[in-house]
Design a protein. Sequence first.
Length: 383
Amino acid sequence: MAVDQETLKQLVDSVARFVRERLVPLEDQVASEDAVPRDVVDEMAALGLFGLSIPQAYGGLGLSMSEEVQVAFQLGQTSPAFRSLIGTNNGIGSHGLIMDGTEEQKQRYLPRLARGEIIGCFALTEPGSGSDAASLRTSARRKGDGYVLNGTKRFITNAPQAGLFTVFARTDADKPGADGISAFLVEAGAPGLSLGQPDRKMGQQGAHTSDVIFDDCQVPVEALLGAREGIGFKTAMKVLDRGRIHIAAVCVAVAERLIRDSLHYAAQRQQFGRPIAEFQLVQAMLADSKAEAYATRCMVEETARRRDAGENVTIEASCCKMYASEMVGRVADRAVQIHGGAGYMTDYGIERFYRDVRLFRIYEGTTQIQQLVIARNMLKEIS
Ligand code: COS
């Protein structure tokens, strides 16, 4: 336990209230304006949400994985765009630095990330390198007292807001796979760094992604993460392992929200002279969703607990990400079905969640990549 039970309870209760009273009423506005209002961002920072998982020594709350998932179970009960804004500072945009950064690098960036003064992002994917992350082509050439980066990163979450980019680039052109990759901490405004137009997406309006372009981008030697070349790919994999548990917790939260909305709708919507909740075919959909969300909550809690205990949970993290993201897709589909025509109409917000959750099966590793990670590691265990 990183914080005492009473502090954790207060935090979880505050986040639940914030979501219910402040964020849920803004869901339509955020979707139509494609932006989270500035005052909401400030309130999130005041609640400590940008630094949930950043160690206390660097100004964060230092939550354990088990504690973090309890917060995610609440924070995820609204549009995923809100979570996305704080998601990178607590996950892929900071944990490379936390796991493998030098002390100077941690001191320089983590306190600002924890306060939400800067947004961190994770620049791994490229136009030609998605699931096959080790094939990335962005180069980092040593020149004088620094490196020169060239290449394009694609679909980078929070890039339009980012102050700090963890960039994966090939420092050794002679090593084509994972071994030649290093990670760099590149600050917004570095000469030669530019952004593409924000991407137009299927869902999650209010959360932004864009290309990040490096054109002879010069960074000092101190930007090399961990001051070591060749460890970047492993850093990326470790960061993704951890992030997958968090994403799975968010999937549970969205599922629980949709089940609640569906239950209330079914209880009040009358057809054939009674609430549709009294019909067994509707009850079956509610029951399937409930059981699947509950099973997923249990696996997320168990995996988080085992990670906190120091176990290697690569397999379990991928199981969680795969099962949770597929589960919330089914739950969202049933929510549309229970709402009938209303579920298809924008005004009810259910179709928005249906589009929003589609991303969970894709980012931080597709379902197919999770299958591959699970099976490969199972085979490794018996060999
Ligand atoms: N933790 C620590 N090290 C890991 C690791 C993990 N979870 N997974 C792999 N590694 C290490 C391996 O042990 C290997 O090191 P050694 O050569 O010293 O043994 C090295 O990293 C390369 O691993 P591997 O050979 O498994 O790499 P592959 O190129 O075959 O790719 C997959 C592995 C497919 C799993 C990887 O490319 C992947 O996760 N792709 C999806 C990327 C992704 O999630 N993108 C989403 C965008 S970011 S939001």
